[in-house]
Design a protein around this ligand. Sequence first.
Ligand code: HEC
Ligand SMILES: [Cu+2]
Length: 351
Amino acid sequence: MNESNAPATFQLPEQMSTVAADVDWLYYFIYWLSVVLFVAIVGAMIYWAIKYRERKGHKAEPTGHNMPLEIAWTVAPVFILVFLFHKGFHGYMDMAIAPANAIEVRVNAKQWAWEFIYPNGGSSAELHAPVGKPVKLIMGSGDVIHSFFAPALRVKRDVVPGMYSSLWFQGTHVGRDDIFCAEYCGGRSKGPNGDELSYEPSDDPRNPYPAGQATGHWAMHSMLYVETQDDYDKFIKSIGDKCEEYKSQGKVCPDSVAAEGGQKLAVSKGCMACHTTTGVRLIGPSWKELWGKPESTDKGQVKVDENYLRESILDPQAKVVTGFQPVMPTFRGQIADQEIDELIAYIKSLK
Ligand code: HEC
Ligand SMILES: [Cu+2]
């Protein structure tokens, strides 16, 4: 565990994640490179503008083409750009792919709050993470576009209705930081009945935001707590360790309590008429060990993740599994977002 708090620097806040040092290094490299080039180019311009200004008794002598110079100032930037691309791409890949053992936390963004749902099914308005352990956020929005931003972690990602986006981080030391919604939009938007409504809280009965309530993306402020494993375990217990409850009833603890809801839904929504969880093939593919596997479809090979499952339920013909007929009906409009989450949790639990 790294206890040393990298302090805030000239332009950037404190570093609290494993990627922060690389992100900042690249940021400052580009920053200082720009400063040096700016000073050199503008300096040379000013120098020559003065040196060769129009004066009495001076005649202009046009210079010809200078091949070595042309080559030098074309090739040098190419090397710099290739280096920057290499650094940037490397950092991007590190940030894009979460370690397989990451703790998965579901994030719901809504007007105007964040909700974090932990693997035991408990939820909280704040994000807690054990120090030195990777945490993956799987984020969805029930209304408009939001944007998850934790400055000290150097991570930021849009949260878009109708799909999942994800990011991961690993806290380097115990500490706390702000979480913001970095989505920017004006103060007006469509209300529930299509009216133009102000986000300003008011007593207008059509306004979903009553007077006195903070509204707007800026009001979606939350806190990140990177804490010791002990403190994290305590926190998880405090939001209700549903697994303990299951075990005390002699049942196996599901991946998440949502999985149990998903199992009931799969029956009540009629999925089990075409799908099984045992590996047996009916009209549709079995869900056994479906999660995470590469699936071959008419649009090529895809990895079975949240987005793929969601699309399979709402728009089954978007990617048709090889060897099956495109006969699955769409469940768009007949299934709530939360129910889709539960079905996904269920399918996940069958891996
Ligand atoms: C009428 C039969 C039928 C019903 C009912 C049905 N499905 Fe399907 N499902 C299929 C078929 C056929 C496929 C394969 C073809 C395709 O990809 O569209 C499929 C594919 C899928 C896939 C992709 C599986 C894979 O192997 O990649 C998922 C996930 C899925 N269905 C979920 C559901 C859920 C959830 C429900 C209930 C809400 C449901 N299905 C109801 C027939 C059905
Ligand atoms: Cu927002």
